[in-house]
Design a protein around this ligand. Structure first.
Ligand SMILES: NC(=O)C1=CN([C@@H]2O[C@H](COP(=O)(O)OP(=O)(O)OC[C@H]3O[C@@H](n4cnc5c(N)ncnc54)[C@H](OP(=O)(O)O)[C@@H]3O)[C@@H](O)[C@H]2O)[C@@H](O)CC1
Ligand SMILES: Nc1ncnc2c1ncn2[C@@H]1O[C@H](COP(=O)(O)OP(=O)(O)O)[C@@H](O)[C@H]1O
Ligand SMILES: [K+]
Length: 478
């Protein structure tokens, strides 16, 4: 499991650890890791031109000590100081001792333009709000330059706790972060600014609480969640998932939701709705019923909503069932909030940013710019588990606990119907007995991986993604 902790938690862990160490020890650990990562990125350190963007806090200190290490190995290192009279004194002295220098006032742009590597030590976890104008100008100069950019701890300008970006921010090729990931490094839009992320161990781990603020499942975590039939299993014990989806206008949504559900670990897939013929002709193994959800027969979890049009009655009927229910697409619009809140069995809602925005009564851009706050807010309002789709998918539970983030996906997944496949897959995992948070996050993980396998750098249709789910499943379990 990859975990991320907020600034406040990092600060208190840092205090505990520092109390046992000599002054400056943590900064030296950070600088050693940072220097090594910069050297690796440069390939040849000797003779390279390195520019340090140095703010007035400890983030600038890390940057200066790492710059000193590079200077000792023969790099030409120049520091651009944002606040010359408040620069980390020890770091600056170390840089000078190693042969590095400070850019003359007014030369920053020119120096950055000639650099092979720019190291962003403007601001780290001490950053407040958007970058100030002088810092923003440096971030923009770094973006224009041909140099590789390494961010120290965080790309300056992104919000460490939320992943929000207000105004200019540094766009890094690599972010070297210390002690733990910060939520912002794993959530868009900030994640995109971070580039690839390398975590440097500075010994903070034992001081961090067991429960993180954000967690990202890895292969082994998902493997441990996936249901595997045993010798005692039969189709009912494996779980039956009911799909109430599709309409005369959108029969394909039903087919795609069923395609995901068949690959999700339930022992049987039941379909109710007007697209039975389309479903059965594509997937003859589906148990099709035309009697509506209540009379469809045994079902351990329902998926309702994909392509449902305006069929509010079916949504209400499904919500009245005392089993886990996944609500997607049209179902999100049709579901009565108080009814959802009053449910005692788990509810998993799976909006994309547009649907989440409609539920929250805000613009889509607001949700995209503040994904973490939006998913938490929705989970609270509906007393449900909410999976917010997108380039980084988030899963939050109204009961609190760590928010799950998934980044296995690819932008090739932005194709019509791929969300229907996800809802079937997640519903199937719910029917197999996973909790709403586990079902949602494991499904997002498999779906993202399946999208990668299916696309492999080329456009794909949603049905290709569904067909690649077994490969994703095997990859995870291997
Ligand atoms: N935690 C750990 O375990 C370890 C932490 N370490 C390192 O310490 C870093 C944290 O250092 P920190 O606390 O000194 O804060 P930092 O990020 O340098 O920022 C403060 C400075 O930024 C300025 N500033 C603020 N907002 C701004 C804005 N919008 N635009 C422009 N400027 C802005 C603010 O200015 P002021 O408001 O004071 O005028 C202040 O001078 C952390 O990220 C990591 O790199 C490692 O060394 C070892 C282990
Ligand atoms: N840029 C992206 N990067 C990664 N995954 C994406 C991206 N855009 C969309 N996705 C994923 O693709 C799926 C699209 O679902 P959705 O928006 O509901 O589409 P539809 O309604 O057409 O089925 C979701 O799983 C979402 O997380
Ligand atoms: K930084």
């Amino acid at each position: 499991m990859r975990t991320a902790y907020c600034v406040e938690t990092v600060r208190s862990a840092e205090r505990e650890l520092m109390a046992r160490l000599r002054d400056g020890a943590l900064m030296q650990r950070a600088a050693a890791g940072l220097g090594a990562a910069c050297a690796e990125l440069l390939g040849r350190v000797y003779g390279s031109r390195v520019v340090l963007l140095v703010g007035s806090g400890d983030n600038g200190g890390d940057c200066l000590y790492a710059g000193a290490r590079l200077a000792r190995r023969g790099a030409g290192v120049t520091a651009v100081l944002l606040a010359p009279d408040r620069t980390h004194a020890g770091g600056l002295a170390a840089l000078r001792r190693a042969g590095g220098g400070v850019a003359r006032p007014g030369t920053a742009e020119a120096v950055i333009e000639r650099a092979d590597l720019v190291v962003d030590g403007i601001v780290g976890i001490g950053g407040k709000g958007g970058l100030r104008p002088d810092a923003a100008a440096l971030a923009e100069a770094a973006e224009r330059a041909r140099a590789a950019v390494v961010a120290v701890d965080l790309p300056s300008g992104v919000d460490a706790d939320t992943g929000e970006v207000h105004g200019a921010a540094v766009r890094a090729d690599l972010t070297v972060t210390f002690g733990t990931h910060k939520p912002g490094l794993l959530i868009d839009p900030a994640r995109e600014y971070a580039g690839s992320v390398r975590l440097v161990d500075i010994g903070l781990g034992p001081e961090l609480p067991a429960e993180a603020e954000l967690e990202a499942l890895q292969h082994a975590d998902v493997a441990a969640l996936l249901p595997v039939p045993g010798s005692e299993s039969d189709k009912y014990r494996r779980g039956v998932v009911g799909i109430a989806a599709g309409s005369a206008r959108y029969p394909g949504a039903a087919v795609l939701a069923v395609s995901g559900a068949l690959r999700g670990g339930a022992g049987a897939v039941r379909y109710v709705g007007p697209a039975g013929d389309a479903v059965i002709s594509r997937f003859p193994e589906t148990l099709v019923s035309d009697k509506g959800p209540r009379k469809a027969g045994r079902v351990q979890a329902w998926v309702v909503g994909p392509g449902a049009g305006d069929d509010a009655a079916t949504v209400a009927e499904v919500l009245a069932e005392d089993v886990p229910v996944l609500i997607d697409a049209d179902g999100l619009r049709l579901a009565d909030r108080d009814t959802v809140r009053a449910r005692t069995a788990p509810t998993l809602m799976t909006p994309h940013a547009g649907e989440a925005a409609a539920l929250l009564g805000v613009a889509r851009e607001e949700v995209e710019g503040a994904r973490l706050a939006s998913v938490r807010e929705l989970a609270g309002r509906y007393a449900a588990t909410v999976l917010l789709k997108g380039s980084t998918t988030l899963v939050a539970d109204s009961a609190g606990g760590p928010v799950r983030v998934n980044a296995t996906g690819t932008s090739w997944l932005a194709t019509a119907g791929s969300g229907d496949v996800l809802s079937g897959l997640a519903g199937s995992l719910l029917a197999a007995g996973l909790s709403a948070v586990d079902a949602g996050s494991a499904a997002a993980y498999l779906h993202g991986l399946a999208g990668r396998f299916a696309a492999d750098g080329a456009p794909v249709g949603a049905h290709d993604v569904a067909e690649a789910i077994p490969r994703a499943w095997r990859d995870v379990r291997d």
